[in-house]
Design a protein around this ligand. Structure first.
Ligand code: AHR
Length: 504
């Protein structure tokens, strides 16, 4: 099989917003307790944060971490999670039917963000709470002092405001599973009022309204239209979520699902444009794809989140702990490529989630922390996928899958580094067996050498990294690709992931 690819120096899609490499951390299962926080752990610091996890998180260079939910936020009272720990109430979390001790709350999360070299993206509860609590949290976090909530923050030990810039107005409010779920009109009205209040406090805040939980929701894409018709001029992003499954073990079909991701982004971009035109607005709304990942290894085909153990009302039970395999590397690689190619519309994207719960990082309580297979494509995109997303033309064989026709075997994104000295190609060969012979024309780039070629391949699609075998799926030095007369050529093995960094 042959693939012709063309990238031209003068044709870029957009300057990538680094925040498309963000992540998500929810009070769910062992994400917080046993994930980022475990006071008794040998690597724990004075705040009880696991040092081994912090190291793995820092190596990802994550711009934003969305917190505290997720479904959790829609029945969460942030006021439970501040002040002296011995006074904090233990509550039932209705989203995951577990018990929340509130040992970790807003102040601890902000401290962890500083240690992790990342910024918070806070979600407010627009399910069981509303305007008053959202504005109080904003004042608590961002006002310098001299008011009730800001003085309380100071009393709780944080003299400087946290300066949280990006705020989610609730979570998945289109979902009947959400506590105090609403219709699009009801939600749009509340989102608009809360957004107006928050922007009165600080017009520079960036606010995210809830879009669809996935593209198969019965209300999609009318939900986006109705919500935006209510709040368009007061919000900056509409959120989208999606998770992928491969219950049928149909790899080609599974890997075709990022074509639907592209379509989802395209459709919602169209809805945004429609509402903008209808309102004669000059304001731009972008997409915050703030939950995406593979999620099915720990889940039943009916969608229930039960991992076979009884999670009911336990504290930090091990739920939603997907163990990712090599096949997932390929899918996550294609998803990240899609966000790069759509970076003109997608300005924030969060892999969901960060630790233990459908996450690139896994831990054992009292034991090691390690990299899941999917850690690597996420890390490489975050490290090398910053700068300009370049236009890529691809001519290669395609296949018809159950979910989409004409799926190209080669998935590719190209990014020119901010200093314009490196061009990085992210490539996935979806074909199960056949190598792709690539010929990449780099017109106008003056390519001098291939600085680095990283590849991930494995003869076993189901290969995983576990506590015992942490390095079954790891990146290796790529082979068989070279630069000749300014063109990149060579062979990409069937089912392989590549990062090719070209000095320009
Ligand atoms: O990430 C797990 C859950 O998936 C989140 O809590 C929710 O927003 C989504 O349905």
């Amino acid at each position: 099989m042959k693939a012709r690819v063309s990238v031209h120096r003068d044709f870029k899609i957009s300057t990538i917003d680094d925040r498309i490499y963000s992540a998500f951390l929810e009070h769910l299962g062992r994400a917080v307790y046993g994930g980022i926080y475990e006071p008794g752990h040998p690597t724990a610091d004075a705040d009880g944060f696991r040092g081994d996890v912090l190291d793995l998180v820092r190596d990802l260079n994550i711009p934003l971490v969305r917190y505290p939910g997720g479904n959790f936020v829609s029945n969460y009272d942030w006021m439970d999670g501040i002040g002296p720990r011995d006074k904090r109430p233990t509550r039932l979390d209705l989203a995951w039917r577990t018990t929340e001790t509130n040992e970790i709350g807003t102040d601890e999360f902000m401290r962890w963000c500083r240690k992790a070299n990342t910024e918070p993206m806070m979600a407010v509860n627009l399910g069981t709470k509303g305007f008053t609590e959202a504005l109080a949290l904003l004042e608590y976090c961002n006002h310098k002092g001299g008011s009730y909530w800001s003085d309380l923050r100071r009393k709780n030990g944080a003299s400087h405001p946290y300066g949280v810039k990006v705020w989610c107005l609730g979570n998945e409010m289109d979902g009947p599973w959400q506590m105090n779920h609403r219709t699009a009109y009801e939600y749009g009205r509340i989102a608009n009022e809360v957004a107006r209040g928050m922007k009165t406090f600080d017009a520079s805040l960036q606010l995210v309204a809830c879009g669809s939980s996935h593209a198969n929701m019965p209300t999609y894409p009318d939900w986006e239209r109705e919500v935006l018709e209510e709040c368009y001029d007061n919000v900056d992003y509409i959120s989208l979520h999606t998770y992928w499954q491969n219950y049928e073990s149909d790899s080609l079909n599974f890997l075709a699902k990022t074509v639907l991701l592209d379509r989802y982004i395209g459709t919602v971009s169209g809805v945004i444009d429609y509402v903008k035109a209808k309102r004669r607005s000059r304001h731009d709304v972008h997409i915050s794809f703030d939950e995406w990942n593979v999620w099915y290894h720990s889940r039943k085909p009916d969608g229930s989140n039960d991992d076979g153990k009884d999670a009911f009302w336990r504290t930090a039970p091990p739920i939603l702990e997907d163990v990712y395999n090599f096949e997932d590397v390929l899918l996550v690689g294609c998803a990240l490529n899609t966000f790069i190619r759509r970076s003109d519309r997608v300005r924030v994207a969060c892999i969901a989630q960060l630790v233990n719960v459908i996450a690139p990082i896994m831990t054992e309580n009292g034991g090691p922390a390690w990299k899941q297979t999917t850690y690597y494509p996420y890390q490489f995109a975050s490290l090398y996928g910053r700068g300009d997303a370049m236009n890529v033309a691809v001519d290669c064989p395609t296949y018809d899958a159950k979910v989409a026709d004409d799926v190209p075997y080669l998935d590719v994104a190209a990014v020119r580094a901010p200093d314009a000295r490196m061009l990085t190609l992210f490539m996935v060969n979806r074909h199960p067996t056949e190598a792709l012979s690539i010929d990449v024309d780099l017109a106008g780039f003056d390519a001098t050498e291939i600085a680095q070629h990283i590849s991930i391949a494995n003869s076993d699609l189901g290969a995983t990294n576990t506590a015992k075998h942490q390095n079954r799926v790891v990146p290796t030095k790529g082979q068989g690709v070279g630069l000749r007369d300014g063109r990149v050529g060579g062979q990409l093995a069937g089912r392989s992931y590549h990062v090719i960094r070209i000095r320009i």
